[in-house]
Design a protein around this ligand. Structure first.
Ligand code: FMN
Length: 172
């Protein structure tokens, strides 16, 4: 496989709806010793506060949240989802908690680090390195659509919304 190359954010040509919603992504954070990853299929790409940003949404219960909260940066790794191995790995990352298993090792995947020390998954084909700008816990009183609390938060496991600047894009 070709190695990752830096890619200008402005030249990215992806459909965020299918890329995030259908193909999913791995949210990865940590340091040189401890890294965790989880699958996410909710998120947005856009522009805010003069930066190219992502929004991601992580429920309180996720082990990955502890890693994202501790670090200034995290990564989003996208994969060739036509490859069955990748699909299986993302299903696994989204079904099991890193509190119980070393998911990356068990999936036979590997961590690499960007120039600023952010971990990402080497088996991907597109990586966004992201610097946290804000973290906002979603609360029931904020929902204007009354279906939201009923449909998504019956268990009280609310998401925190992270807005993060895309500081680097790696592609191959
Ligand atoms: C397709 C898919 C999409 C998911 N999207 C999200 C998401 O956007 N936010 C979230 O908090 N959990 C999401 N999850 C659930 C987490 O990936 C799952 O709970 C995972 O086991 C958490 O692992 P951790 O405890 O190691 O962080 C998704 C799971 C799947 C399978």
């Amino acid at each position: 496989m070709h190695s990752f190359q830096p890619y200008p954010t402005e030249l990215l040509e992806i459909n965020p709806f299918s890329k995030i919603g259908t193909e999913w992504m791995a949210v990865t954070a940590g340091d040189k010793e401890h890294v965790n990853t989880m699958t996410a299929s909710w998120g947005t790409l856009g522009v805010l506060w003069g930066k190219n940003v992502v929004n991601i949404f992580i429920r309180e219960s996720r082990y990955t949240k502890e890693f994202v909260d501790k670090q200034d940066t995290f990564s989003l790794t996208f994969f060739d989802m036509k490859d069955k191995e990748n699909k299986l790995a993302l299903k696994y990352f989204g079904a099991v908690s890193g509190r119980k298993e070393n998911k990356i090792e068990n999936a036979k995947m590997h961590i690499d680090y960007s120039a600023n020390g952010t971990p990402y998954i080497d088996e991907g084909n597109l990586v966004l390195i992201c610097r946290k700008m804000s973290a906002t816990k979603l609360l029931p009183e904020q929902f204007l659509d009354t279906d939201i609390a009923e449909s998504w938060y019956k268990d009280g496991d609310y998401h925190t919304m992270y807005v993060a600047e895309i500081t680097e894009v790696l592609a191959r």
